[in-house]
Structure formats: C-alpha cells, structure tokens
Write a protein that binds this ligand. Structure first.
Ligand code: ADP
Length: 393
C-alpha cells in the first residue's frame, strides 16, 4: 500500500500535538491543550496560515477521542479531499517488549495496556490517542513509535541497575528515552557528516528534558536517562542523577509523601530549583543574578561529567552533536560544555559556534580531533519515517 500522507500524534494527559506530513514535508501542525476543561485548538498550515484557533465545546473537550474529531475537522478544513494514509503515535515507553515501531493490533493494544504502569504519566494517554485515532480514522493503520526502542541495543552491563537480578528480570532497568531524537540525528549524520556516521558519536539532546546517548555504528550503547526520564543530567525542573539516600531522607526525616517527593524531584528541582529563578535557559543566560550564573556552571559541569563517562564506556569519541532547544540555540552552553575538553580532542571554534543551528553546523575548530556539531532534531519526522516503514513492510 502506498503511504503518502501521515498524521503524527503525540497525546499527553491534557494535550494532543499533531503534525501532518506528505512524505517528509510538513503540511500542517498544531496542538489541542486543556483537555478535560476549557480546551483550545490551534492549527496552522506550513506557510503560517491559521486554520483553526478556537475553544473546544464541552463535548469536544471531553476526551482524547472527542478531541481527535476536532483534528479530523481541521484536516478537512485544510483540504476537503485529504486522505490520511496512516497515523504514527509517539508512545513514551515500550518496555523490554518493543525494540522497534509496531503496527497496532488488538494484541499490541493489550500489551501496551499491560506495560502502562511503567510510564503512568504518559503511556495511558498515548494509548487513549491510539484508541481515539482508530475511531476518527477508521480502517487506517496506526503505528506505535517508542521513545525507548532505540536503546534496546544496550548490553546488560549498561542497562541493569545493581539490584538483585529479579528486579532486572521484572523490568526495573535503564530503558533510556529521547530515542526518536537520537535515531533522527544518527540518520542525519549519514548526509551531513558521513565520515563519522559509522563511528563513535555522543549526542547531547538538551531541552527541557535532557539526556546524552553514546551511539556506535548507529546503535545506542548507553544513555543517561534510566528507568524513567528523571535520571541523568540536571534538567529544567528535574534533578537528574541523585543518591537514593536523599529520597529516603525526604521521606523518613522530612516526612514527605511519595507525591510530595515526586513533585520536588520532577517539578521543583533542576535549573528552576538550583537557581530559584527560572527553568528557562534563556532567562538564566540573560540574568545578572549570581544564582543564575552558578546554576549555568552547574548545568555545564553535569553534562561534562556524564559525557566523560559515556566516552569511557564507548572507548573514545569521533563526534559530539548538540541538539534540542538548548543544544541547537544556546551557544553559551555548547561553549561551556566543551571548555577544558581539549584532552579528549574536543576543541570548538568560537566564531563557528556563535550562531543558532537552524540547520546542521560544525562548531569544532580545524585542529579538533573530534567533530563537534549542532544539528536540529525532528522527532515528528522520525515518527513519520518509522510509520511509513512499518506500513510498507
Ligand atoms: P522540550 O524538551 O520541551 O521539547 P525544547 O527542546 O524546546 O524543550 O527546549 C527548551 C529549552 O530550550 C528551554 O530551556 C529554552 O530556554 C531553551 N532555548 C530555546 N531557545 C534558546 C536560546 N536562543 N538560547 C538559549 N536557550 C534556548
């Protein structure tokens, strides 16, 4: 079957992001926010023409399923003749079971339900999006694309926690996330830097959520996020790697509930908590407050520390790629992370680094042994690609 037009959906607890592709060209994109109460839809064609910008009625905003009917109406407004050939869904967690994207069947739905407890904040909503799409686009193939799948190539030594083995066997392990982004960058390297595409690459996906991935020969060796996306680097509001003793202290000595600890570690920590000012990198970079400066130094140092660990595990590095909102735009962060890493062969050129990466740019100097780049990521295109590939099999 020919798959031309693909709708990519990212269904969250109260939102649905959507983007329509013809091949790899984005035709339109938008978002429904505030599902459940006072929802709003905004959708724009690629040229900037606003197709819909309005509140949803109460029945429309009731569920993912009803909201998908609004997206369907928006697509019809864009082009009454439009046929969506397939729907690609972002699914955060694929557990051990899913190491690649999969065509959704009744059996797959049951399996997704069974692993929902691994990502209770995401997977049930991703699944609600799949169920809604089955009704809105009856008869069209739905493909589940997992954030974790790219990391299923990790070996036991990189994937297990040093807990009794039974926990590993029941699925308590380092799954890793941001797989769509890492895979997209790994594929982009074939066209923008083919000389390193098969080598040892570290990708720094630095956005509100952030993780590093060591990729060798196009495959994930290890990554900084773990059982959940809370592990690894310090992020906008997440603390990243932390001694489990701190969690025990918060509960036993401070008397905090599980919910309070979760809120503290995931929503009040990271750059927001450390600076006491903002989670947004731009705010911190523009601030004169010494707490902002200290938080930025902390951020760079955390990335550096994890980068060193990944280089050691991978046995060297041929290329370092920055991506994500911070990696693509924050010239300060890129310079801060790379500062002092000449001993690893990483040397950036200040002038080359001094611009935002609207497209792939090389920021390393002529002498640098490691090619350092900033490449814009595109997780939606990756999902569209995976969807097409699954449907064409
Ligand atoms: P998400 O993980 O939610 O997809 P993004 O990848 O969009 O997040 O990244 C958001 C982060 O990117 C924010 O911290 C924001 O401050 C940062 N960012 C965006 N533009 C710039 C810029 N020009 N300079 C520095 N940081 C930026």
């Amino acid at each position: 079957m020919t798959i031309e037009t693909i709708l990519v959906l990212n269904a969250g607890s109260s939102s649905i992001k959507f983007q329509l592709f013809s091949g790899e060209t984005s035709l339109l994109s938008g978002q429904i926010d505030g599902l459940g109460a006072g929802a709003w839809v905004k959708g724009e064609a690629a040229g900037g023409n606003v197709l819909m910008d309005r509140a949803l009625s109460a029945p429309e905003s009731e569920s993912h399923s009803s909201a998908l009917q609004v997206i369907l109406a928006l697509l019809k407004e864009y082009d009454p003749e439009l046929e969506v050939d397939a729907i690609g869904h972002r699914v955060v967690h694929g557990a051990k079971k899913f190491s690649k994207p999969v065509l959704v069947s009744e059996q797959v739905e049951r399996e997704l339900e069974a692993i929902s407890s691994l990502a209770p904040l995401h997977n049930p909503h991703n699944l609600a999006g799949i169920k809604g799409a089955k009704t809105a686009f009856a008869g069209k193939p739905n493909v589940a694309c997992f954030d974790t799948a790219f990391h299923r190539t990790q070996e036991f030594k990189n994937e297990a926690y040093a807990l009794p083995l039974s926990y590993y066997e029941q699925g308590v392990l380092r799954y890793g996330f941001h797989g769509q982004s890492f895979q997209y960058i790994a594929q982009e390297l074939h066209s923008v830097a083919p000389e390193v595409a098969h080598g040892r690459v570290i990708v720094a996906h630095l956005g509100n959520g952030a993780s590093l991935c060591a990729i060798k020969g196009g495959k994930s060796v290890t990554t900084t996020m773990g059982f959940t996306p809370a592990d690894g680097l310090a992020m906008g509001t997440r603390c990243g790697l932390i001694d489990p003793g701190v969690v025990l202290y918060l509960q036993d000595v401070e008397g905090m509930t599980t919910q309070e600890v979760s809120n503290l570690l995931l929503k009040e920590s990271g750059m927001k908590g450390l600076s006491g000012l903002s989670q947004d990198m731009r705010d911190l970079e523009n601030s004169e407050d010494p707490r902002a400066q200290r938080a930025l130094e902390y951020y760079d140092n955390r990335v550096k520390r994890e980068l060193g660990a990944l280089v050691a595990v991978m046995g060297g590095i041929d290329a370092l790629v920055f991506t994500g909102g911070i990696g693509e735009n924050s010239t300060r962060t890129r310079a801060g992370v790379c500062e002092g890493l000449e001993f690893l062969g990483i040397e950036i050129d200040c002038d080359a680094n001094n611009k935002r990466a609207k497209e792939a740019i090389t920021i390393s100097s002529g002498q640098s042994k490691v090619q350092v780049m900033a490449i814009p990521t595109n997780e939606e295109v990756m999902i569209a690609r995976q969807t097409r590939s699954v449907c064409s099999q």
